[in-house]
Design a protein around this ligand. Structure first.
Ligand SMILES: *Cc1c(COP(=O)(O)O)cnc(C)c1O
Length: 397
């Protein structure tokens, strides 16, 4: 064992602490709902989970998991193409493709895995990928996995002139893939899908959209960004997660046309070399989509609560970033301030997250609120009150 190695690690950790970006984990000991028990803080209101539809503790969904554990056992102990494919995988994949109006779908153990699977699987020498600068880290890593003979271009966030410039730059390439988040996680804004699809068509490119923060959240019945714009079935590749609105347990997927999905079965590396989605997670995800299909009013209910949260924040004199999603960021300026406000809120029983540099640009540190249908209107009132108190206190020091 090299002492030098561990000394270096220790130095790096110390510098994270000095710069205020060191992360301390908080331990939960109850299911996520409108509140949860957090070690050292007790029962707190949750404004920072991706449990948008409040499905994480729904009895029907927990039961689906219990039944699946009994039926399928603990897990697959195999990759999909050996003996890791269960009938519940097919049922979930059919459900997802039906739900999103695509021809087919393939599950992965996470959306991280799905994104890093699909991008290198479909691009080869002479091709190009064009990515929004604010895309999720898993897309960035997916782009990094393409060979060096694939052109990698980044366009300014939701800037269609910048996208067009990059499309022109890639015009001599073979397959051109444009990739965007559906809802951006730090801003809460929705991608300009109609313009992206129109530009891609003009330049012969295909479009991939990661709808992790949108599935279950936007669109009339929770089918995400494509439904929001009345464009279901018009996006080549949709990736998503079961770890957010759709139950929150975990798992991810790619949905699209049949030849695409078939190619992923043949070639995508996480599919070929890593265990399949545990059947218990597939069952939970399936139950979540079925629950959403038979209770579409929860999407409207979430939308009303998010709208109410925005309204109350504005009434209180704050300026949340605009958007139609359930992510509501409030810019507070510098990183230390955002972290300090979030800490003060947690001590008063409201758990929101402060994000600063380098996750967001310098000077644009923020408190990010995520609205869940699990929250009551009283929870929202309380949260706004606590946030305002903590903002005032931080301004006073
Ligand atoms: C959360 C998130 C992911 C990762 O999803 P997992 O299933 O947890 O791996 C990928 N992309 C986006 C846009 C996300 O927000």
């Amino acid at each position: 064992m090299s002492d030098k190695f561990y000394a270096n690690l220790q130095n790096t950790l110390e510098s994270l602490k000095t710069s205020g970006t060191y992360k301390n984990l908080k331990y939960l000991s109850s299911p996520l709902s409108n509140s949860a028990f957090v070690e050292e803080y007790g029962k707190v209101t949750i404004l920072c989970s991706n449990n948008y539809l409040g499905l994480a503790d729904k009895p029907e969904i927990i039961q689906a998991g219990i039944d699946a554990l009994k039926k399928y056992g603990a897990g697959a102990a195999s990759v999909r193409f050996i003996c890791g494919t269960f009938d519940i995988h097919r049922a979930l994949e059919e459900k997802i493709s039906d739900f999103l109006h695509t021809e087919a779908a393939l599950t992965y153990t996470s959306c991280w895995s799905a994104n890093t699977a699909v991008i290198p699987a479909i691009l080869g020498p002479g091709d190009a990928v064009i990515s929004d600068e604010l895309n999720h880290a898993s897309i960035i890593d997916g782009c990094r996995l393409v060979g060096k003979d694939v052109k990698r271009l980044v366009y300014k966030h939701s800037d269609m002139d910048s996208l067009e410039e990059k499309l022109k730059e890639a015009s001599d390439c073979g397959t051109i893939l444009v990739v965007t988040d559906g809802v951006f996680s730090m801003e809460g804004d929705v991608a300009k899908l109609p313009e992206i699809v129109a530009l891609a068509e003009r330049y012969g490119a295909i479009v991939m959209m990661d709808d992790s923060h949108a599935t279950g959240v936007i669109g009339k019945s929770g089918r995400g960004t494509a439904e929001y714009y009345n464009m279901l079935g018009k996006v080549d590749i949709i990736s998503g997660t079961f770890g957010k609105a759709l139950g929150g347990a975990g798992g991810g997927f790619i949905a699209g046309r049949k030849p695409l999905i078939d190619m992923l079965v043949q070639k995508s590396r996480p599919h070929l070399f890593s265990n399949s989605l545990p059947p218990v997670l597939a069952a939970i995800a399936l139950a979540a989509v079925e629950y959403l299909e038979s209770n579409p009013q929860i999407v409207e209910s979430l939308r009303s609560k998010a709208k109410y949260m925005r309204q109350e924040l504005i009434k209180a004199g704050l300026e949340p970033l605009e958007g139609d999603s359930a992510i509501i960021p409030i810019i507070v300026g510098d990183t230390a301030k955002a972290i300090c406000i979030a800490d003060a809120m947690l001590k008063k029983g409201v758990y929101a997250t402060g994000f600063g540099y380098p996750v967001v640009p310098e000077g644009k540190a923020r408190i990010r609120i995520q609205v869940s249908d699990a929250l009551t209107y009283d929870d929202i009132d309380l949260s706004v009150r606590v946030l305002c108190e903590c903002l005032r206190q931080s301004a006073a020091v």
